[in-house]
Design a protein around this ligand. Structure first.
Ligand code: NAD
Length: 287
């Protein structure tokens, strides 16, 4: 397969900006595209802040800081953004029709050798790949938040993903300094399927007054050595994002373990989305 030198990331939100950052830091030319100019601007701000912090902590040299920024560019036009790409990573909101529409556009504009990856947390790779002429080049690359700190990337291969594309994607993850796990295309992959059960059960426990969020989290942190409890994690991921995944897993896998509790629905309706909105199971208003 062609060596991956040019990466284009679609969507400059929480995940997209982070993915572009780690690709640039690993030596690729990274183009970040978003339909929303403000989102693109904010994505670049976050990248700069992350790299500044890395410099401050001595995790990267000033040369690496400079080179990483130099290898990044923004784009306002999708066709322009993907025209040289060896790898496209889509990180737009978790809506199948939206992802399919974007993949259709990318299919028409990206070079034929380009690998088309999606950062979906739970949607079917096969479903997304229906939008492109050659589904063998579609693969899931499921990064974790915050991308520059989290080691894990799930490489999700669909029924029609070619072995060459799966292997190239796995090698690329290693090149980013991350740890790939290879997972078959099935709802929730490995991580969300387990993580959502824990998250939904923890919310049910808050709903039933079993314990305070802090105590539920501490139980998992100290009792099971989880680095972070399920409720704080839900706040970081976003309650709306987790609700969407839980609904999807409940519909596709059928188990009651995935049914979103009423408390979660209510909090989302009230705009308590976690860290990004200043309030979730914890108060984040102080920053
Ligand atoms: P986000 O809302 O932070 O960012 C999405 C970005 O996509 C926004 O900037 C938006 O302007 C942009 N966008 C919308 N429509 C677009 C279009 N047509 N073309 C280009 N850009 C468009 O979302 P996120 O949290 O970064 O999630 C993105 C994807 O990553 C989702 O599929 C999500 O399930 C997945 N994911 C999220 C997390 C997480 O912790 N947030 C973790 C792993 C995977």
């Amino acid at each position: 397969m062609t060596e991956i030198k040019y990466v284009t990331v679609l969507g400059a939100g929480t995940m997209g900006a982070g993915i572009a950052q780690v690709c640039a830091s690993a030596g690729c030319r990274a183009t970040l595209f978003d339909v929303d100019d403000d989102a693109l601007e904010q994505g670049f701000d976050r990248i700069r802040r992350n790299l500044d912090k890395g410099l401050e902590l001595g995790k990267l040299s000033s040369q690496e800081h400079h080179d990483s920024l130099n290898r990044l560019q923004g784009a306002h036009d999708l066709a322009f953004a993907v025209e040289r790409a060896d790898l496209v990573v889509e990180a737009v909101p978790e809506v199948l029709e939206l992802k399919q529409r974007i993949f259709r556009e990318v299919d028409a504009a990206a070079p034929p050798h380009a690998i088309l990856a999606t950062n979906t947390s739970s949607l079917s790779i096969a479903g997304i790949s229906e939008a492109v002429a050659d589904p063998s080049r579609v693969v899931g690359l499921h990064f974790f938040n915050p991308v520059h700190l989290m080691k894990l990337v799930e490489v999700v291969w669909g029924p029609r993903t070619s072995d060459a594309v799966r292997d190239a994607a796995t090698d690329f993850v290693r090149r980013l300094g991350k740890e790939p796990v290879v997972v078959k295309d099935s709802p929730g992959f490995a991580s969300s399927r387990l993580g959502i059960v824990l998250g939904m059960e923890a919310i049910r426990m808050v709903e039933e007054g079993v314990a305070a969020p802090e105590d539920i989290d501490r139980a998992m942190e100290l009792g099971y050595r989880h680095p972070m409890g399920p409720l704080r994690l839900t706040d970081l991921v976003g309650l709306d994002v987790r609700l969407g995944i839980a609904q999807y897993l409940h519909e596709t896998l059928g188990s009651e373990a995935f049914r979103p509790p009423d408390l979660l629905r209510r909090m989302v309706e009230e705009g308590k989305l976690g860290k990004k909105s200043g309030r979730g199971f914890y108060d984040w208003s102080e920053g």
